[in-house]
Design a protein around this ligand. Structure first.
Ligand SMILES: [Zn+2]
Ligand SMILES: [Zn+2]
Length: 458
């Protein structure tokens, strides 16, 4: 299915990114906000009608906050005296001078765990009670299979919540991922709900997600790096032919791949994770299925997603289909970028919150000094291309169609923004409720401000 018209997106956006598709994509984004869904969970940016949750926030954050060093944050946390509680080290882009920032600086936190939860609805109430005095926005899903959370808040509040969670033995070693929020909350409000942790057609309640042997074997980022570097070398040595005993599987959506991916990973022809069907067909050989010709017994499938949860779920489905050699990137791309930098990674990482896209340097300031050969990726017909004219976009960030009733999230070059007046197609240009064309660095105001207005094209 294409990203085109029928998806009228609530997925708010605004194009705001200074991250150039140039060898030194080190300019940190002066991000403003808008809203999406999250990694694999229910509010993935399916492009549909409904109440777009568009956030409008004045942009006060600059590149400094974007260079927050997550690893330093964590180290500081471990020290945690009452005097330092709520403080963290920030590093400048070159990592040379660090300075303290207060717990009032906003961060985005994500974590998940599959674990048996006896009374999940009671658990929801407990979490809500704990969170009521904290300035936390985001989506926290709990059910009998565990927890999946993405949220934003001032560092001190964000930390209070996950430290409280870690007091419970079942979560004491949970992987917490933190990234800079850049300009206040990255989510419009707080939702703590009893619901499936990830949305997949057919549901996941029946899947043996608590049985780790049914999931892909997690690879630490350093192990993953070794594998992808070795694959890259073998590709080079064989003039581009892929090692048939190993495949890199991007388990995200096509639009995520379009702004950043691992070298050698095919673009997933999927617009919504819940309908992913790679490797599931028993009979048809579908060219768009990267697992169609894969030997289930012999081929190593190296699968990755943003934070890891989609792979954990989907690998369980593939196990049931007979795939034996499944590996996943522990903690997903975000954990990888933080620990290894963008080795074999090209572009930015799509994120399911108002930031939409983060450069590797947001996860690891040292990345700012690393160059990346984007030229190879740019040769691909989809990567970093304007969805309208196919030219290379300099800003690896989607924007929303100016047609309020479309709101499609799409990549667009400045020329097409101008000639299509911020719309995704000529049909949308004649739609009755057109919002004004915003400069690339701005985003639309809250959806309800436009909803009842007759806005004429400028
Ligand atoms: Zn264009
Ligand atoms: Zn449109």
């Amino acid at each position: 299915m294409s990203l085109a018209a029928p998806f009228a997106a609530p997925f708010a956006a605004a194009l705001f990114c200074d991250v150039a598709v140039a060898p030194a994509f080190v300019r940190l984004p002066r991000l403003r906000t808008s809203v999406g869904g999250e990694d694999g969970a229910g509010d993935e940016p399916v492009f549909r009608h409904g109440g777009p949750r568009i956030r409008a926030r004045s942009a006060s954050a600059g590149g400094g906050r974007a260079s927050l060093a997550v690893s330093q944050l964590r180290r500081r946390k471990e020290g945690g005296s009452s005097a330092t509680r709520g403080c963290a080290a920030l590093s400048s882009g070159n990592g040379a001078d660090s300075r303290r920032v207060s717990g009032g600086d906003f961060v985005v936190v994500s974590f998940y765990r599959f674990v048996r939860v006896e009374n999940p609805e009671e658990e929801v109430a407990k979490h809500l009670a704990f969170l009521k005095d904290l300035d936390i926005h985001g989506r926290i899903y709990l059910n009998a299979q565990g927890i999946n959370a993405q949220y934003s808040g001032p560092l001190a509040d964000a930390r209070s919540y996950f430290e409280w969670l870690r007091e419970n033995d079942r979560f004491s070693d949970i992987l917490i991922q933190i990234s800079p929020a850049l300009s206040g909350h990255a989510f419009p409000k707080l939702k703590v709900q009893f619901k499936p942790l990830v949305q997949v057609d057919g549901g996941i309640a029946h899947l043996p997600l608590l049985n780790t042997s049914m999931r892909a074997t997690p690879l630490e980022p350093s192990e993953w790096k070794k594998r992808v570097v070795a694959l890259s070398r073998s590709r080079d040595a064989s003039s581009g032919n892929v090692d048939s005993d190993c495949i890199i599987l991007d388990l995200r959506n096509g639009y995520e791949w379009d702004i950043g991916h691992f070298q050698g990973a095919r673009r997933p022809e999927v617009d919504c994770f819940r309908s992913t069907s790679f490797g599931l067909s028993e009979t048809e050989v579908n060219d768009s299925d990267p697992l169609a010709d894969v030997n289930k017994e012999k081929t190593d499938v190296l699968m990755y997603c943003t934070g890891g949860i989609r792979c954990d779920v989907y690998s369980t489905i593939l196990r049931k289909k007979g795939f034996k050699r499944l590996y996943t990137l522990k903690g997903g791309v975000s954990h990888y970028l933080e620990n290894e930098g963008p080795v074999e990674w090209v572009g930015n990482l799509f994120v399911f919150d108002s930031r939409l896209s983060l450069p590797p340097a947001a996860y690891n300031p040292r990345s700012a000094t690393q160059t990346c050969d984007l030229q190879h990726a740019i040769k691909n017909e989809k990567f970093a291309k304007c969805y309208l004219c196919g030219s290379v976009v300099q800003e690896l960030r989607h924007r929303n169609c100016a047609n309020l009733d479309c709101n499609l999230l799409f990549l667009c070059c400045p020329d097409c923004v101008s000639s299509f007046r911020g719309c995704c197609c000529s049909t949308c240009m004649t739609a009755p409720r057109l919002r004004p064309v915003l400069p690339g660095h701005q985003r639309y105001e809250k959806w309800h401000l436009y909803r009842d207005l007759e806005i004429q094209p400028s």
